[in-house]
Design a protein around this ligand. Structure first.
Ligand code: M6R
Length: 613
């Protein structure tokens, strides 16, 4: 999704534009289709603005930055990557947008919901628009109120906007300021040595500082070369990510690097939290609400995409081992429903980015109704992490690939930890709790076995199947959500392949009509309590000559006689199998995407975090 970078330094920095472009490139992973920047050029006493459709490299070429960067001093500077929503991908729709006078220059993440009404009023007042975007109205609104003080104009303009925004603004007629503000769209202020940054995502600035202040909704920060001011007194926080986390580290793609980090993701998410002897887990972020969790009679899970599939696995775990009724719904539906709640209901929001608009809206709705809210979030300091009453961080570093891979593994791991905690508060016996904890401890090693022993085979299977256009993924019970996840990953990475995930038991209610030699079926069939059922579905598909790929438990020779290709995973307890069974599917989707010639880290039309509805 869109990305914002802003920069202002105490002294003129001849490298500022280069630095800003590099920071913007660190946001490329979020997905975008045009880019631009604007800066105050002291030598010309004017603002220079450049935009381009396409990649940041196109912007660099246009601005001839490679040649000129060192000669320029861009201060203050704002930069943006745009992911088209209102208006197509074009240079004129790219940010920054400016007012009629070429005074105000502004970059924006989010959506101005009432832009049509505002535009009509502004046009009626004589404002001339140059783009089809919703964003441009903000520039004209600031222009309307501008009387020499940028901060004041922004402060007057923002209350008129309905929707969401993270903005960074500069003005030719008030050139020593960078003003930034947010409402439901992430924005942070980075505090460097004699320099300040604004960014929509910490990865943009970790090369320069790890000291940040996360802006809250409705906050406006005014930054000058020497100082910054926010209305509220706020303490800086530290970003715990390292620069290497946001680099490919020798891998051709972030997605592959992050799949290879999956065993480590399990370890990191469990570190210091698993109490094997007591058969339970201690989660620091939940300490304050443990008694309220003990009283919980019902759990509502909400999330989007892959995070939602993690919630579905969590539902099976919680119901089976903690004995809590669970309802799980995608946040885009949940936010408009009227779920039945009482004082013993708990809402669990799962989100890698912590910024997903629908999940956040569902959270706010439930908070307003007094429901206890808990987050399972990766990005520290993100909005969902801060808005929830309590929460569990994934602690897996940044996930840069648009496809969620290691975050999913970590979300499942956290679900297992929560199951232990809630289960042991209720009827889960010590012995059973200990067994699950031991199995969890053994999991990273088993995950490594998959990535070392099966990797070659998974690539070969991808080479055999990448020209098929349709796939169906089937799994049952704990592995039904894994069928959904496997199919999602394949279609988002290996498009235009179409893939569907189904509950295996639903096969005969429709999907089996698709079975023929041109339609591969992927079965997730570990030796668990529903193994026989899944195997008989496989037999039915085989009888119709559809190619079968199976994920099976190591040593299962029977599967080999039915499936055309088998990928083995080590044995573990049933509730933990999804953590292992999904790994080959992530790797399979990766290879299929590469073989299809797709940009697997930035698949078309997708954004890393969906911060608009
Ligand atoms: O940041 P979140 O976990 O809230 O994101 C939710 C989904 O947008 C995300 O999982 C999406 O489905 C991924 N592209 C899947 O790989």
């Amino acid at each position: 999704m869109c990305g914002i970078v802003g920069y202002i330094a105490r002294k003129q920095n001849p490298n500022s534009l280069k630095l800003g472009i590099e920071a913007l490139k660190r946001l490329e992973y979020r997905g975008y289709d045009s880019a631009g920047f604007a800066f105050w050029d002291e030598s010309k006493k004017d603002i220079f603005c450049q935009k381009a459709a396409g990649r940041i490299t196109a912007l660099e070429e246009k601005a001839n930055i490679a040649v000129n960067a060192v000669a320029l001093s861009a201060n203050p500077l704002i930069l943006h990557t745009r992911w088209a929503t209102h208006g197509g991908v074009s240079e004129s729709n790219a940010h920054p947008h400016c007012d009629c006078q070429n005074n105000i220059y502004l970059v924006h993440n989010g959506i101005v919901e009432n832009y049509k009404e505002l535009k009509e009023v502004l046009q009626g007042e004589g404002h001339q628009f140059r783009s089809e975007t919703d964003t441009e109205v903000i520039a004209h609104l600031v222009e309307k109120f501008f009387q020499g003080n940028l901060e004041e104009a922004v402060r007057k303009a923002l209350p008129l906007i309905k929707g969401s925004y993270g903005i960074a603004v500069i003005a030719k007629n008030d050139p020593q300021k960078l003003v930034a503000a947010r409402l439901s769209s992430p924005l942070l202020l980075g505090l460097g040595e004699n320099e300040y940054f604004v960014a929509s995502d910490p990865s943009a600035i970790i090369a320069h500082t790890n000291k940040v202040i996360y802006l809250d909704d409705n906050e406006i920060v005014t930054i000058t070369p020497d100082n910054f001011s926010i209305l509220k007194e706020k303490k800086p926080e530290e970003i715990e990510w390292k620069l290497e986390d946001a680099q490919k580290g020798g891998y051709p793609h972030f997605m592959l690097k992050e799949i290879m980090e999956e065993p480590e993701a399990i370890e990191n998410s469990m570190k210091g939290r698993l109490l094997t002897e007591d058969g339970t887990a201690r989660l620091g972020g939940l300490q304050d609400i443990v008694t309220r969790l003990r009283r919980a009679k019902r759990m509502l899970f909400t999330a989007c995409g892959t995070a939602f599939y993690a919630s579905l696995v969590g539902r099976y775990m919680f119901e089976e081992y903690a004995g809590i009724p669970v309802e799980a719904d995608v946040a885009s539906e949940f936010r408009y429903r009227k779920p039945i709640i009482d004082e013993n209901t708990v809402l669990l929001c799962v989100s890698q980015s912590g910024e997903t608009a629908d999940t956040l809206a569902a959270l706010k709705e439930m908070k307003m109704k007094g429901v206890l809210t808990v987050g399972v979030v990766n990005v520290v300091g993100s909005t969902i992490a801060r808005e929830t009453d309590a929460g569990v961080y994934n602690h897996i570093g940044p996930e840069m690939g648009v496809a969620s891979t290691k975050a999913f593994i970590s979300q499942l791991t956290v679900m297992a930890l929560l199951t232990l905690l809630l289960g042991r508060q209720r009827n889960l016996s010590l012995v059973k709790g200990q067994r699950i904890a031991q199995d969890l401890q053994a999991l990273p090693e088993k995950a490594r076995i998959i990535l070392t022993q099966e990797a070659k085979k998974i690539k070969e299977i991808a080479e055999k199947y990448y020209q098929y256009n349709n796939f169906i993924y089937l799994g049952r019970k704990y592995n039904y959500p894994i069928a959904l996840e496997g199919a999602l990953k394949l279609k988002e990475i290996a498009y235009p392949i179409h893939a569907e995930g189904y509950a295996s038991g639903e096969m005969k209610h429709g999907p089996i009509a698709l079975a023929d030699q041109n339609f591969p079926f992927v079965f997730i069939a570990p030796q668990d309590s529903v193994y026989e059922k899944v195997v008989s579905n496989m037999e039915e598909v085989k009888a119709r000559r559809a190619p079968i790929i199976a994920i099976a438990t190591e040593g299962d020779e029977r599967i080999k006689t039915i499936a055309d290709d088998v990928i083995y995973i080590p044995k573990t307890s049933e509730m933990l199998t999804p953590i292992l069974s999904v790994m080959p599917l992530h790797l399979f989707a990766y290879h299929m995407g590469v073989l299809r010639g797709n940009d697997v880290d930035k698949p078309r039309n997708l954004a890393k975090s969906v911060t608009v509805e």
